[in-house]
Design a protein around this ligand. Structure first.
Ligand code: GLY
Length: 347
């Protein structure tokens, strides 16, 4: 079992290993004695893991209840957020009580926001059940719901007070979701750690999953602690994501986030290579690592379509965007370019 300590606007531990779910009740009693817990989850994850989690709380004599919403990105909206808040109010939860987010990114984001809003803030524990949520969304405090105008448009920074990553839960995760998480893992390798990258490029990541998650969380911790509110360095975490969001949008979200990130990383590293901004082998190495992890390296959309979907809310070609350029495996830089420069660089 590994612990990564985060010192941001809140200090907290991220505990990674087999059966960390068994630590929940003990930790809650130590950290929030006397608190009542509401476990928030989606219908799929609740079916698989809710009973185990609530049994553990009962074992430690902790009063608890659950709120379950329908699985899927479609639930990440203000209506479901307010259903959670109304539920907490009906059940007389107070700000001394605890919300536990049990699930993937949607659950973590909406529960994190509910915890920030209810009575101006109650305690929050993240229990990510997908690889993507373990290495990315459960750590760092970004919370949000989607608005009709776009993804993650209503949210706040709200760091959790504990994160429990139970690697045993990954055994119930369907393979495409695991691969999605591997796209984010490969991203961490490219932006900050050649050794991690080389490990993922060997394929078969399950063998080293605890080490891989710990390394990703450590990299994210270091970046978040130096730029918690996302004004600079934290943008490195968006390597491949600007293009990925465009691909998700054009495909009407048929492309999963991880697959879109994989393709986004290829397009940007190919662009960097063609414009002499990265080491020669960088793009090919990224492609090899993605293929080794059963991730796509291309999509059916033209560069022109992707460019327009990327910038469609930015009308002026003189306007600047920040792109993340891989200089070599293990090192990326932020680069501000105008939209017309970006279009020319994409080729
Ligand atoms: N997922 C990117 C970030 O936390 O900043």
């Amino acid at each position: 079992m590994e612990t990564v300590k985060v010192n941001a606007s809140k200090n907290y531990d991220v505990i990674i290993g087999v059966d960390t779910v068994a630590l929940l009740g003990k930790k809650i009693n130590e950290m929030f004695p006397g608190a009542t817990v509401c476990v928030v989850s989606d219908s799929t994850v609740a079916r698989l893991h809710m009973q185990t989690v609530r049994r553990n709380l009962e074992q430690y004599g902790i009063k608890n209840s659950s709120f379950v919403f329908e699985h899927g990105e479609g639930s990440k909206n203000p209506e479901v957020l307010f259903e959670i808040l109304e539920y907490l109010a009906q059940k007389h939860f107070t700000r001394d009580d605890v919300l536990v987010a049990l699930g993937g990114g949607v659950t973590g984001d909406i529960t994190g926001l509910a915890a920030a809003l209810y009575m101006r803030g109650m305690h929050l524990v993240q229990m990510p059940t997908t690889l993507l949520a373990m290495v990315d969304s459960s750590v760092g405090g970004k919370t949000a719901v989607n608005l009709k105008a776009g993804k993650n448009l209503a949210g706040v920074f709200n760091q959790p007070e504990l994160v429990l990553c139970d690697t045993k839960m990954l055994s119930t995760l369907p393979r495409p979701y695991f691969n999605d998480g591997m796209a984010e893992v490969i991203k961490y390798g490219v932006i900050a750690d050649k050794e991690l990258f080389d490990l993922t490029a060997q394929g078969n990541p399950e063998r080293n999953i605890e080490k891989i998650i710990t390394r990703c969380v450590t990299i994210k911790r270091d970046i978040v602690c130096s730029d918690e509110f996302d004004h600079g360095k934290r943008q490195l975490l968006n390597f491949g994501h600007t293009i990925a969001h465009a691909i998700e949008k054009i495909s009407d979200f048929k492309f999963s986030h991880g697959s879109a990130v994989a393709v986004g990383m290829v397009i940007i590293s190919d662009m960097a290579n063609k414009n002499g901004l990265s080491e020669d082998n960088c793009c090919n190495d990224i492609i090899d690592a993605l293929l080794e992890n059963n991730l796509p390296i291309g999509c059916p959309y033209s560069t022109k379509e992707i460019f327009h979907a990327t910038v469609n809310d930015k009308k002026c070609s003189g306007e600047k965007i920040t792109i993340i350029i891989p200089k070599k495996i293990g090192e990326c830089k932020l680069m501000q370019v105008t939209l017309s420069e970006f279009e020319r660089m994409l080729g």
